[in-house]
Design a protein around this ligand. Sequence first.
Ligand code: HEC
Ligand code: HEC
Ligand code: HEC
Ligand code: HEC
Ligand code: HEC
Ligand code: HEC
Ligand code: HEC
Ligand code: HEC
Ligand code: HEC
Length: 365
Amino acid sequence: MIFACLRRQHLRWFTVAGLSCLLLVTLVTAAHAAEGDNTTCLGCHNIPGLSTQLGNGEALSLTVDPLVYNASVHGAQGMQCIACHTNITGYPHPKLTATDRRDFQMERYTQCKTCHEKQYREALDSNHQRELASGNRNAPVCTDCHGAHDVQKPNVPPQRVSTTCQKCHSTIYDQYATSVHGAAVLAGNTDVPVCTDCHGSHKQEDPSTTAFRLKSPDMCGKCHGDAALMQKYGISTDVFNTYVADFHGTTVTLFEKQHPDQETNKAVCTDCHGVHAISQVTSANASVVKENLLVTCQRCHPDATANFPDSWVGHFQPTREHYPLVYYVNLFYRILIPAVIGAMALFVVLDAVRKIINRFKRKGA
Ligand code: HEC
Ligand code: HEC
Ligand code: HEC
Ligand code: HEC
Ligand code: HEC
Ligand code: HEC
Ligand code: HEC
Ligand code: HEC
Ligand code: HEC
């Protein structure tokens, strides 16, 4: 009787222990499986208003919107949170060391390097990296231009490139946005230059150097020397060739080859047309429209008078329509010079023949 009772109690005890064990195992496996899972992370990080304090007292918001993340280039691929946050394996997390929010971002952006090493290396040779190195924490790192949880294709739509730069270069952006190039970009045109076509995105040259200035006509020439592209807009491609042939361009071209690092004061495209605020050449505010041209030349030719701009025949090969005087003078020389040289040659030949004939005549006599 007692025995039977004991056995029954034992049985009950075993059942309870077994069930508890099973529950524990299930919990542990479940927790293990979920440790690196986005749903686990988001279980806490989806809570609105979740935040922590950084060293200087600044609040760091910890809420991540799963909808935003899932719509990013990374989230759309089902990328795990821990693919970037490699230092976090569960909770509690390693202790935060950043003193303020910028410090936190600067610590974290290097995560991108794991998968985008090419861009990371290129960015080491940029104006921004040089600024960062000199202590300017406002210069951008990967996440300032691309974001962290909301990374999108950076050049879709094409306007996105220039609005990325607008965040910090708003004065230049505003000039650009109303220029012949920028206005076209904002209207969806992809034939015109965006900021990075001239400056680069990751690897960037310092635009204040002489080398950059000397190379700048080639930058414009890439498109303005492209006949198929320019034909679409009825723009002459002679602009590049005639520039190289004219006294400004010739000197710049020669100069670039001989003294790539020395200052030059010769005009490049942007001295006449502007840089970020380039207008259609016929527009009333264009620096090269007839009414403004003298002022543009005077920046370097301070003594220039009203008829000075006429000394420059512009970009066009002179034709009967454009610069008829130059055209006829050219034509005149094209006829006169061969005629004169031809006549002289003929004279020399005739004279020689005459002398030979005379000699034969004398011998025969
Ligand atoms: C139990 C809730 C909880 C879970 C689960 C959790 N976190 Fe956190 N997380 C926090 C809290 C609270 C903080 C505030 C700082 C602290 O306590 O360490 C934080 C801070 C952070 C931070 C900012 C500070 C730092 O250390 O970089 C990151 C990034 C982060 N969590 C990522 C994750 C990732 C990725 C996961 C999933 C692997 C995750 N968290 C899972 C609660 C959680
Ligand atoms: C593509 C890399 C990447 C992925 C994927 C990623 N993070 Fe982050 N996360 C970062 C970076 C970089 C920061 C630093 C903050 C910044 O630069 O804005 C950050 C910051 C955080 C912070 C601190 C608060 C904040 O927003 O600054 C939390 C919390 C966090 N991440 C959680 C998550 C969670 C949860 C996931 C997954 C749903 C995730 N992260 C996925 C790169 C990533
Ligand atoms: C674990 C690897 C990994 C990490 C870490 C990572 N990425 Fe990515 N990234 C990818 C993959 C994969 C793609 C998708 C590539 C594709 O679609 O061709 C991508 C796409 C991108 C794109 C779009 C590229 C395009 O051609 O449209 C950008 C921009 C980008 N990542 C920026 C970042 C930034 C900024 C960080 C750091 C906050 C980061 N990535 C961290 C793997 C990663
Ligand atoms: C100053 C802003 C800026 C910074 C800083 C920046 N990028 Fe970009 N990135 C861009 C732009 C704009 C593009 C679009 C392509 C273009 O116009 O050159 C781009 C393109 C990309 C692409 C797509 C592939 C490609 O090369 O075109 C990836 C991936 C990328 N960036 C990752 C990174 C990473 C990683 C970092 C940090 C090391 C970084 N970017 C820093 C602006 C930036
Ligand atoms: C987060 C802010 C930020 C963003 C975004 C940014 N820049 Fe900058 N950039 C700076 C700072 C800060 C400097 C340092 C010089 C200054 O203050 O102008 C700088 C300097 C430069 C310089 C050199 C200027 C000089 O005088 O030598 C160029 C060129 C430049 N950026 C181009 C770009 C382009 C192109 C983009 C977009 C792809 C871009 N930047 C996006 C902050 C930014
Ligand atoms: C058609 C080519 C071109 C485009 C497009 C262009 N830039 Fe520039 N940018 C230049 C040239 C050339 C210089 C050097 C100007 C000089 O010599 O004074 C320059 C100079 C700069 C400088 C440094 C000098 C200054 O004026 O502060 C910054 C910063 C800059 N650009 C940013 C941008 C941004 C941002 C965009 C897009 C909104 C952009 N650029 C679009 C050609 C361009
Ligand atoms: C990526 C190609 C590209 C680059 C680089 C480029 N342009 Fe243009 N440019 C265009 C296109 C396309 C148009 C016509 C836009 C339109 O009419 O909508 C244009 C228009 C112009 C016009 C107005 C012509 C007219 O119709 O009156 C001038 C002036 C001009 N560009 C000068 C320059 C200068 C100077 C540079 C170098 C600093 C330059 N462009 C660099 C593509 C380019
Ligand atoms: C950025 C400065 C700059 C601008 C703007 C400029 N020039 Fe010049 N120009 C020069 C320099 C420097 C020389 C001397 C070239 C040499 O010695 O080879 C020169 C030479 C000339 C010459 C050759 C005769 C001479 O005086 O030496 C003519 C003609 C001329 N420029 C016309 C113009 C006209 C017309 C404009 C306006 C449409 C103009 N320039 C705008 C810098 C400039
Ligand atoms: C010395 C000043 C000066 C320089 C340097 C200069 N331009 Fe011009 N550009 C003008 C003037 C003036 C006009 C308008 C009258 C004309 O077409 O000759 C013009 C017209 C244009 C046009 C409109 C052509 C058309 O078909 O309507 C384009 C595009 C252009 N320039 C681009 C350039 C490029 C690219 C460079 C450098 C390779 C350059 N310019 C150098 C003064 C200059």
